[in-house]
Ligand binder design. Structure first.
Ligand code: FES
Length: 171
């Protein structure tokens, strides 16, 4: 009689333990599932963010943009600025004329640099050389650096846009 009572108690205890274990297992399974789901969601979101281009400034805005004061660019010097979302060189040639050109090489889109000592633009990717008017001297660039319009007002230099009919590399 006593043995039967003990075994009933054992069965009930075991059943409770099994229920408790099942509940705990369900909870852990649910927790793991949730963590995996959130990780997958984060991964998908990262991929979407990576392949979707960010909203950025237009490549060639229509409004004038202040780029420098005249003192900042002495004769022969240049200053690289960003107009819209694109790099642009503003230079003052040895005769005192301010000029602006896209810094993006027309060959494969590398950034050309203004070399003040030689008065040339040099593209380090494939040794493209362009003169102070953006014209190709040597190397593979197929066309000149696209020029921009400039305005000078109250000793300040503004870029007002790409010259008509010009197009940037890749546009
Ligand atoms: S990208 Fe400039 S020379 Fe090739």
């Amino acid at each position: 009689m006593r043995g039967q009572k003990m075994s009933k108690v054992n069965i009930i205890d075991q059943a409770e333990r099994t229920t408790e274990l099942t509940t705990r297992r369900d909870f852990v399974t649910w927790l793991l599932g949730g963590a995996i789901f959130i990780s997958a969601l984060a991964a998908v979101w990262s991929v979407i963010r990576f392949i979707t281009p960010p909203k950025s400034a237009p490549a060639s805005p229509t409004e004038a943009q202040l780029v420098a004061s005249v003192d900042e660019i002495p004769r022969g010097a240049g200053k690289q600025v960003v107009f819209g979302s694109k790099p642009v060189w503003v230079i003052q040639d040895k005769k005192g004329n301010y000029k602006a050109f896209s810094a993006i090489c027309t060959h494969l889109g590398c950034i050309a640099e203004w070399q003040q000592d030689k008065q040339i633009f040099f593209c380090p990717c494939h040794a493209g050389v362009l003169d102070e008017n953006g014209k190709v001297i040597s190397g593979p660039p197929p066309r000149p650096l696209p020029p921009y319009n400039l305005e000078t007002k109250d000793d300040r230099i503004y870029i007002t846009g790409l010259k008509e009919g010009e197009r940037l590399y890749g546009a």
